[in-house]
Design a protein around this ligand. Structure first.
Ligand code: CAA
Length: 284
C-alpha cells in the first residue's frame, strides 16, 4: 500500500510536529482542529516554525514554501475522507479517543490505516471501536517531534502484519527510526522514563538536593541531554501525571503513582513550559 495523503487529528504540541515532519518528507497533510480559530493558529505556528528554520539557514525558502503548500487544516473530521493514513494526536482521553476512532472509521476510505500517537491510552480499545481493527496501531512520536528520531510502532493483538509493515516504512520515510512494541500501557520509553521522572520529584520532595542540582547531576553525571525537571517541564506536568495515573491503574505498582507534589503543581496550573511555569519559570 502506498501512503500519499496523511491526516493528523490535533495540531497541538505533538500534532503540529507530526504535521511538520510529514509535510517536509513530501506527504500531503490535512490536520483537524476543534474550530476555525485553532486551525488558523495551528497553520500560523507551522509557518512560524518553518520560517524560523529558514532564518537560521537550516531550510531553504523553496523547501519551506513546498512544505507549507502541502499542509491544510480543517475543523471537520469528515474532511479526512481521502486519507491513506490518519494519525490521531489529541489529548490523552480514552473515551474521546475511542469515540473519535469510531467516527473516523465511518469517514476514512476502507484501505486507510488509523494510528494513534497516544503514550498511555489503550490502542486495542480504539481498534475495537472500529470495524477495521486490523488497520489500527500506535505510532508514538516523542517531544519535540521534529528533533526526536524515535517512533514506537505499537501493534495490538488485532493489527495485521501488512499494516505494521506499511506504517513502519512510513516512519522511515519521515526520516525517523522505528522500534516495534506491543500495545501495553506506556510501551517501552515511558515504561522506563516515567518512573525515573517520578523518582526525581520524590527526591526533590525529600529535600535531598535542589532542582537545579538534580538536573545538573543527571546531565553531567549521566550525559542526559536534559535533567529530569527540565524534561518534566518540556513534556508537561499534566501529561506526565496522566500517564503515571494510567500506568498505576494498569500495573498497580507504587513506583508509577504520581507523587503529591506533582499532583499539586498540576492543580496549581504549573504545567510546565507551555504554561510559562512548571518546576522552572519561562518567559517568552
Ligand atoms: N524543526 C526542525 N528543527 C528544529 C525545530 C523544528 N520544529 N525546532 C528547533 N529546531 C532545531 C533548532 O533550530 C536547533 O538548531 P541549531 O542548534 O542549529 O540552532 C536544533 O533543532 C536544536 O535546538 P536546541 O538548541 O533547542 O537543541 P538542544 O541541543 O538543546 O536539544 C533537545 C534539544 C533535542 C530537546 C534535547 O535537549 C533533548 O533531546 N532533550 C530530551 C528530550 C526528550 O527526552 N524527549 C522525550 C520526552 S518523552 C515523550 O515525548 C514521550 C511522552 O509520551 C510523554
Amino acid at each position: 500500500m502506498i501512503i500519499k495523503n496523511v491526516g493528523v487529528i490535533g495540531c497541538g504540541l505533538m500534532g503540529s510536529g507530526i504535521v511538520q515532519v510529514a509535510a517536509q518528507a513530501g506527504f500531503s497533510v490535512l490536520f483537524v482542529e476543534a474550530n476555525d480559530e485553532l486551525v488558523r493558529r495551528g497553520l500560523g505556528r507551522l509557518r512560524e516554525t518553518l520560517e524560523g528554520l529558514v532564518a537560521k539557514g537550516k531550510l531553504d525558502a523553496t523547501a519551506k514554501d513546498a512544505a507549507l503548500a502541502r499542509i491544510a487544516g480543517t475543523p471537520r473530521l469528515e474532511d479526512l475522507k481521502a486519507c491513506d493514513l490518519v494519525v490521531e494526536a489529541m489529548t490523552e482521553n480514552q473515551p474521546l479517543k475511542n469515540e473519535t476512532f469510531a467516527k473516523l472509521d465511518r469517514i476514512a476510505p476502507p484501505h486507510a490505516i488509523l494510528a494513534t500517537n497516544t503514550s498511555s491510552c489503550n490502542v486495542t480499545a480504539m481498534a475495537a471501536a472500529t470495524r477495521r481493527p486490523g488497520q489500527v496501531l500506535g505510532l508514538h512520536f516523542f517531544n519535540p517531534v521534529p528533533l526526536m528520531k524515535l517512533v514506537e510502532v505499537a501493534r495490538t493483538i488485532l493489527t495485521d502484519e501488512g499494516v505494521v509493515t506499511t506504517a513502519t516504512e512510513w516512519v522511515r520515510a519521515l526520516g525517523k527510526t522505528p522500534i516495534q512494541t506491543k500495545d501495553s500501557t506506556a510501551f517501552v520509553v515511558n515504561r522506563l522514563l516515567v518512573p525515573y521522572l517520578l523518582d526525581a520529584v520524590r527526591l526533590y520532595e525529600s529535600g535531598l538536593a535542589s532542582l537545579e542540582d538534580i538536573d545538573t547531576a543527571m546531565k553531567l553525571g549521566c550525559g542526559y541531554p536534559m535533567g529530569p525537571f527540565t524534561l518534566l517541564d518540556l513534556v508537561g506536568l499534566d501529561t506526565t501525571t496522566y500517564v503515571a495515573e494510567v500506568m498505576f491503574e494498569e500495573f498497580r505498582e507504587p513506583r508509577y503513582a504520581p507523587p503529591p507534589l506533582l499532583k499539586r503543581m498540576v492543580m496549581a496550573g504549573h504545567l510546565g513550559r507551555k504554561a510559562g511555569r512548571g518546576f522552572y519559570t519561562y518567559t517568552k
